[in-house]
Design a protein around this ligand. Structure first.
Ligand code: E4P
Length: 229
């Protein structure tokens, strides 16, 4: 499963892109409204940093407006994917944009029935919001599993798990076979943490330091390697 970052913060992308785990990013109007600076500059910079698909969302609620905004957003950078909210108008706009070769991420999909319509309209990504389903006591894993099953193994639309609130959402999405999960920086950071990892690192450091001559040996090895390059 590919990992995207869900953010409007260039600083956050800079920090986490350095880990080498990001394949793309998603933004939305709420996230961009919190960011400093011109939204176009923010989206372009995120494209450079992740060097992969970056979703930027239309805000019109009628097909013509969605298509016009989608074409304009796609013109920001070749890596932009146009995010379109699920609706009748959104389906119509998705068909037109995707027929023009502009990739669409259909967002706010909350059922397998909506996902079937989304895939049929030619969307590249079907975004199912896990956290918002769980918030209203609908099990997000069940819905996501129904979407994966309904679209089938040879699906052209990729299932994108969104609205992740904790690391287990990413694990559930991966186990269900989603192609992508997009997570906020704080969830990606929470995925790093395990007390046994921290304890293990501390123990290795302590044991190594109990033999100071080993430290000397390793520094010499590094210096020899650097000199040979
Ligand atoms: C996905 O692309 C959305 O931007 C996002 O995951 C929304 O998540 P939220 O429910 O935390 O706002």
């Amino acid at each position: 499963m590919k990992l995207f970052i869900d953010t409007g913060s260039v600083e956050e992308v800079e920090e986490i892109a350095a880990w080498g785990v990001l394949s793309g990013a998603t933004t939305n109007p709420t996230l961009l409204a919190k960011a400093e600076g011109d939204p176009g500059d923010v989206v372009r910079r995120i494209c450079e940093l992740v060097d992969g698909p970056v979703s930027a969302e239309v805000v019109s609620d009628y097909p013509r407006g969605m298509v016009a905004e989608g074409r304009a957003l796609a013109g920001l950078d070749e890596r932009v994917v146009v995010k379109v909210p699920f609706s009748e108008a959104g389906l119509e706009a998705t068909r037109e944009l995707s027929s023009d070769g502009i990739p669409v991420n259909m967002t706010l999909v909350f059922s397998a029935a909506q996902a079937i319509l989304t895939a049929a309209a030619g969307a590249t990504y079907v975004s199912c919001f896990m956290g918002r389903l769980d918030d209203i006591s609908i099990d997000s894993g069940t819905v996501l599993g129904e979407i994966v099953d309904a679209l089938g193994p040879a699906r052209e639309a990729q299932v994108l798990a969104a609205s992740l609130r904790h690391p287990m959402h990413a694990v559930v999405a991966a186990r269900l076979g989603c192609e992508v999960a997009t997570a906020p920086g704080k969830v990606l950071k929470a995925m790093l943490v395990h007390s046994l990892t921290e304890a293990g690192i501390a123990r290795f450091a302590e044991d190594w330091q109990s033999r100071p001559e080993f430290g000397e040996w390793l520094r010499g090895l590094v210096a020899d390697g650097a000199a040979a390059r």
